[in-house]
Design a binder for this molecule. Structure first.
Ligand code: FA5
Length: 342
C-alpha cells in the first residue's frame, strides 16, 4: 500500500470513529490515537517517510498535514456537537420555573430587651461612662458581705436568692459589680454594668424570677446627691421623652446612704392608677443612693476624700415604659407575634 493510500485509510478510519464517539474523553483518546506525537498512527506513517524518494517527500508532508487538519477539524466539530446536545439535554431536564416565588428568609433582629439595653448603654456612654460586666454566679461576699449586708442581716430578705450551695448563688442584683470595679481601679470611677439577675420573686405583671439590671457607679471627689438626681433625670428624659415625670422616694439599701427609689409616672394610666402601677400611678424603675462609706472603705478607698453614687435599674421595667408593654412575662414567652413588633 502506498503511503498516500495509508493516509487516506487513516483518515477514513478516523472519520468513522469520530462520528461514533459519544464523549469528550473518547474524542481526546481518538486525538491521541491518530495524532499523538508518540505512538500516534499519523506519526507512525510519517516516520516511514525517511525511506521515501526525496522528491516525493514534500507532497507526502502536504497530504499528511491535510489529513491532520481534517481529523482535528472533525474532532472539534464533533466536540461542539456533543456539547450542544448535552446542553440541550440538561436544559430540558433541569427545568427552572422562574415564575415561582422565591424562598423568603426573614431577617432576624435583636430581642426587645437587647435593644433596650443597647439604648441605656448608649445614653450612659454619651455621659462618659464605660461599660463592664461581672459574673452571673456570684459569691456571698460580693453579692452581700462587701455591700454591707452581713449574714443574718434582715435586709437579705429583700433579695430572696437562688443559692447553688452555701456561699455561692445566682446573683440577685448587679450591685456586686460595684465592688468588683472599685477593687480593680482607683477613683475617679464612672461605669455601668448590665447583666442578668435572679430572684425567688413571685411572678406577676412587673416581677419575674429572672430579669436584667444595669448598675451604675460614679465615684470622685465632691460627688453629691444632686449629681445623682441630675444624672438620673437626664437619663429618664433621654430614655422616655420629656413628657414622663420622675420622682425620688426615700428608701433603704444597706450599701447606700441616703437611698432612694426612682419612680416614673405610669405609661398605661398616665398616673391615674391601674393594674400595672398597682393603682399608685407610679412605676419603680430603680434603686439608687450615695455609696455607703463602709463600702468605699471595704475596697480601700479614702471615704473622707471620695464620695459616689450608685443606681440599679430594671431593664424590663424600662422596656415596659418605653414600649407601653403591660406584662413582664411577654419578654420571656418567645411569642413571635409579640417579638416581631419591635
Ligand atoms: C436593687 O437590686 C439594688 N441593687 C439597686 C441599687 C443599686 C440600689 C445601687 C442602690 C444603689 P431593687 O431590689 O429595688 O434594688 O431592684 C432594682 C430594680 O430592679 C427594681 O427597681 C426593678 O426595676 C428591678 N427588679 C427587681 N426585682 C425584679 C423582678 N423580680 N422582676 C423584674 N424586675 C425587677
Amino acid at each position: 500500500m502506498s503511503i498516500f493510500e495509508q493516509l487516506t485509510q487513516l483518515q477514513k478510519g478516523a472519520e468513522e470513529k469520530i462520528a461514533a464517539a459519544v464523549s469528550k474523553e473518547e474524542l481526546e483518546g481518538l486525538w491521541t490515537q491518530f495524532l499523538g506525537r508518540k505512538g500516534g498512527e499519523l506519526t507512525a506513517i510519517l516516520r516511514s517517510v525517511k525511506g521515501l524518494d526525496p522528491q516525493e517527500r514534500p507532497l507526502v508532508g502536504k497530504v499528511a498535514n491535510e489529513v491532520k487538519g481534517a481529523i482535528e477539524g472533525l474532532i472539534a466539530k464533533r466536540q461542539e456537537l456533543l456539547y450542544q446536545a448535552n446542553l440541550e439535554k440538561r436544559l430540558s431536564s433541569e427545568q427552572l420555573d422562574v415564575t415561582l416565588p422565591g424562598r423568603w428568609q426573614e431577617p432576624g433582629r435583636a430581642h426587645i430587651l437587647s435593644q433596650t439595653l443597647g439604648r441605656i448603654k448608649e445614653i450612659f456612654k454619651g455621659l462618659g461612662y464605660s461599660v463592664m460586666a461581672g459574673p452571673e454566679i456570684e459569691t456571698d461576699y460580693y453579692n452581700f458581705e462587701a455591700l454591707n449586708i452581713p449574714a443574718n442581716h434582715p435586709s437579705r430578705e429583700m433579695w430572696d436568692s437562688f443559692f447553688l450551695r452555701p456561699g455561692l448563688l445566682m446573683r440577685s442584683h448587679t450591685s456586686p459589680n460595684q465592688v468588683r470595679v472599685m477593687e480593680r481601679q482607683d477613683p475617679p470611677v464612672r461605669v455601668v454594668c448590665p447583666g442578668k439577675c435572679y430572684r425567688r420573686d413571685a411572678v406577676d405583671a412587673t416581677h419575674f424570677w429572672e430579669f436584667h439590671q444595669v448598675e451604675g457607679l460614679l465615684v470622685d471627689e465632691r460627688v453629691t446627691f444632686a449629681d445623682l438626681k441630675g444624672t438620673l433625670e437626664l437619663f429618664a428624659k433621654a430614655m422616655f421623652g420629656e413628657r414622663r415625670r420622675t420622682r425620688f422616694n426615700p428608701s433603704y439599701f444597706p450599701f447606700t446612704e441616703p437611698s432612694a427609689e426612682v419612680m416614673v409616672d405610669c405609661f398605661v394610666c398616665e398616673g391615674k392608677g391601674c393594674r400595672v402601677c398597682k393603682n399608685s400611678g407610679w412605676i419603680e424603675i430603680m434603686g439608687a443612693g450615695m455609696v455607703h462609706p463602709r463600702v468605699l472603705q471595704g475596697v480601700g478607698y479614702d471615704s473622707e476624700r471620695y464620695s459616689g453614687f450608685a443606681f440599679g435599674m430594671g431593664v424590663e421595667r424600662i422596656a415596659m415604659l418605653t414600649y407601653a408593654i403591660d406584662d413582664i412575662r411577654l419578654f420571656y414567652e418567645d411569642d413571635l407575634r409579640f417579638l416581631r413588633q419591635f
